[in-house]
Design a protein. Structure first.
Length: 180
């Protein structure tokens, strides 16, 4: 169970997350964490969240983002909201390390997702870019309330794949949430 102050590190990418507020503590209203991202890290692939907004406030460095096909950048003290159901991406394109506070609202089951993602990272089960196995994503798409979809692929295709493949994935031992 996530706790404020808890830190997770992805040894493959150098990304670090420190929990500020958990979704559980806010009654599902939001989750906030401080992310430290080396150059080239973040989520550069365009995606969208069905039910959650992402709010980023830069503490140091520069956050590059793409929203509705437009690219931009914000710096220290600036905030941007990447709204639900709109294609977006966010990453560190600069040499300087990016430190950003991210708030996801509503938080729903994001606590479990983050614990699982960083548990998989610690176990060496993510690829060199920090991405989980395809079958893990299929389980997340069927089991988590807070879903993330790729913008380049129709949502119905992703949902169909998840419906067909998630039982196979669970049979192979994949779960939506793993304890750290």
């Amino acid at each position: 169970m996530l706790q404020p102050g808890q830190k997770f590190v992805n040894p493959a990418t150098g990304e670090c997350v420190e929990i500020i507020e958990t979704s559980r503590k806010t009654g599902g209203k939001h989750i906030s964490f401080r992310a430290t991202l080396p150059r080239g890290k973040g989520f550069e692939v365009e995606h969208f969240h069905e039910i959650a907004d992402e709010i980023f406030t830069v503490e140091s460095g520069w956050l590059s983002y793409k929203l509705d096909g437009q690219t931009g950048k914000i710096g220290p003290g600036e905030t941007i909201t990447l709204p639900r159901n709109r294609p977006h991406a966010h990453w560190n394109a600069d040499a300087e390390t990016l430190i950003v506070v991210e708030t996801i609202t509503p938080g729903h089951d994001t606590d479990g997702f983050l614990e699982t993602l960083f548990s998989l990272a610690a176990a060496g089960k993510l690829d060199k870019n920090g991405q989980p196995p395809f079958l893990q994503i299929m389980v997340w798409l069927t089991d988590l309330k807070s879903k993330t979809y790729l913008a380049a692929l129709p949502k119905w295709v992703q949902q169909t794949l998840a419906t067909v493949l998630s039982p196979v994935a669970r049979g192979l031992g994949y779960r939506a949430v793993y304890a750290p």
